[in-house]
Design a protein. Sequence first.
Length: 194
Amino acid sequence: MFNINKDEKVKILLVVGSSRKGSYNQLIADYLKDRYGDTIDFKQADLKSLPVYSEDIEKEDFPSVTKLREDVNWADGVLLLTPEHNFTMSVLMKNFIDWCSRVEHVLEGKPTMVTGATLGHLGTVMAQSHLRQALLSPGVKAIAVPNTEVYINAIQDRIKDGKLLDDKVESLNTAFINFIDYIKPDNGYCFSCN
Ligand SMILES: Cc1cc2nc3c(=O)[nH]c(=O)nc-3n(C[C@H](O)[C@H](O)[C@H](O)COP(=O)(O)O)c2cc1C
């Protein structure tokens, strides 16, 4: 369905909606890179360099926007990690979506997984819900891959010595493996067997 060469690594673009030093969402992205980096090709989108989206400037030539489009086009799948700010996705994440929704609709047909971490109880459920809605909007038209939902609450309790503990993020790993299996069911790494 996605025309991926059997011998190639799956290419995943990480989109982290936080620029905070010590970001928990960045920690999760780093954990996935560490854990799966041997078998999956990861890149991370640079959201901090993007201008704030406005229709007035959407056709201007920004190197950061060009690079973003190249990175999305490169990816077989896009994994979005959003903080929850005031019951919705972060500004950085929304800015990413808006840039991807205009002039070039680079997320159209792209398999996506959404997750997010918070110190609180609800695991970014509202931010993720809004983000999934935006991914399905007419200018975006991404594919929200099923069985990849995971809401990471009380993130501070899942960390020891600055690292995520494997046994505290099992549902994250299951969701991520489901995501990869959807993109490349014959991935040859037998993710679903682990
Ligand atoms: C402006 C602001 C609003 C926030 N609103 C929420 C919220 O609605 N729900 C929530 O669970 N946490 C909220 N938080 C706490 C964030 O979940 C917390 O700062 C988290 O660490 C952000 O993710 P990061 O570590 O990746 O930056 C808010 C934080 C800020 C700074």
